[in-house]
Design a protein around this ligand. Structure first.
Ligand SMILES: [Zn+2]
Length: 121
């Protein structure tokens, strides 16, 4: 099972209808985001959140969602902001490259496209 499938299995209510299109380096960010969204919905009366789409856009993570409240919006805003500091491919510390192409990469993956990274055995 990929970590993407594990993420969906762990947070079915949040991710049931979500389209997820970003590199594996951001799976940890999404994991932390879903954990916080679920925790606050369970313990602090925050309305449940459904992510409809999480994708890479201009080098950063963009999360579209339904439900939640201002707190959920803050969690999501922070996850999106952090993505500009995490390599989308490997999850190591990275930086947003001023494009085009706009992308967030660590020093090792500066010139690596997501499609080429995913092809590696
Ligand atoms: Zn990297």
């Amino acid at each position: 099972m990929t970590s993407r499938q594990q993420l969906r299995a762990r947070y079915p209510a949040i991710l049931e209808r979500a389209s997820l299109s970003y590199g594996p380096g951001w799976d940890g960010l999404m994991e932390a985001l879903c954990e916080r969204l679920e925790f606050h919905a369970d313990h602090n009366a925050m309305p449940p959140v459904q992510v409809t789409q999480a994708k890479e856009k201009f080098g950063e993570l963009v999360v579209l969602y339904l439900g939640g409240d201002r707190y959920a919006g803050g969690l999501i805003d922070m996850a999106e902001a952090l993505s500009a500091h995490v390599c989308e491919l490997c999850g190591n510390a990275g930086a947003l490259q001023e494009g085009p192409p706009f992308r967030t990469r660590c020093p090792e993956h500066v010139d690596t496209r997501l499609s080429d990274y995913l092809k590696k055995p």
